[in-house]
Write a protein that binds this ligand. Structure first.
Ligand SMILES: [Zn+2]
Length: 216
C-alpha cells in the first residue's frame, strides 16, 4: 500500500507513520528526517537544506523530489511506502504522480491528520528530540529524565525549527502551500480525514480504522 500522510507540522505525522510502518511492514519515508540526517553529517545536501529549514522555509521542489525518487526506487519500497512530509505542494504532488506512473504505481490512500493550530504550537514548543537516534519526547507528556535519551543515552535538544516563531512560520507555510493538497487529493478520491486532538495512540487507531485495518 502506497500512503501519504498530510497534516500541519506537529500533527503527529511522524509518530503515526512509525506505527503504520510497523503494522503494514512498509518503510516510513520522512523527507524532514533525510534532510536532518544530511545536516548532521554536514553533507552538501545538508548545507543546502539548512539554509531553508533553519528559517522555517520549505526546501525547493527539485531538491526534495529527487531525494524522494531515489528513495522509493529502493527495493524495500516494492510492497509500499509511507510518505511523511512529502508532497508539500501541488507541484510536488504532480511530480510524484509522474514518477509513480512511470513505474506503473500510484498512491492508494492519503491520510489527512486534522488538528488546531494552537494545539500544534503547544505540542511543538515543548518537544525535545534526540540528535543521535531521532527519538522524540515532550516536556509535559513524554519527558526524559535529565534530558537524556532513553534509547541511546544522548543529550536531548530543542530543535531550532521547533522554536515558537519558527513554528508559526512553518504553520503559515503549511496553510499557504500544503493545504491545497487536501483539495487536490479529495478530487482524486483517495483522501481520508483523521482527527488528532487526543492521544497519539487514539489517533493511530483512528487512522487504522479509516484505512479499514482495525483489529490488525
Ligand atoms: Zn537517542
Amino acid at each position: 500500500m502506497n500512503l501519504i500522510l498530510l497534516g500541519a507540522p506537529g500533527a503527529g505525522k511522524g509518530t503515526q507513520a512509525t506505527g503504520l510502518s510497523a503494522i503494514l511492514k512498509i518503510p516510513h519515508i520522512s523527507t524532514g528526517e533525510i534532510f536532518r540526517d544530511n545536516i548532521r553529517r554536514n553533507t552538501e545536501l545538508g548545507k543546502l537544506a539548512d539554509t531553508y529549514i533553519s528559517k522555517g522555509e520549505l526546501v525547493p521542489d527539485e531538491v526534495t523530489v529527487q531525494i524522494v525518487k531515489d528513495r522509493i526506487e529502493q527495493a524495500d519500497c516494492e510492497n509500499g511506502f509511507i510518505l511523511d512530509g512529502f508532497p508539500r505542494t501541488i507541484a510536488q504532488a504532480e511530480m510524484l504522480e509522474e514518477i509513480l506512473n512511470a513505474s506503473g504505481r500510484k498512491i492508494d490512500r492519503v491520510v489527512n491528520i486534522v488538528i488546531d493550530d494552537e494545539v500544534v504550537i503547544n505540542r511543538l514548543s515543548k518537544r525535545i528530540v534526540c540528535p543521535v537516534c531521532g527519538e522524540t519526547y515532550h516536556l509535559e507528556f513524554n519527558p526524559a529524565e535529565d534530558n537524556i535519551c532513553k534509547k541511546c543515552g544522548a543529550q536531548l535538544v530543542h530543535r531550532e525549527d521547533d522554536k515558537p516563531d519558527v513554528i508559526r512560520n512553518r504553520i503559515a507555510a503549511y496553510h499557504k502551500k500544503t493545504e491545497p493538497l487536501v483539495e487536490f487529493y479529495r478530487h482524486k478520491g483517495n483522501l481520508m480525514n483523521v482527527r488528532s486532538e487526543n492521544s497519539i495512540e487514539e489517533s493511530l487507531q483512528n487512522t487504522l480504522y479509516a484505512l479499514g485495518l482495525k483489529g490488525i
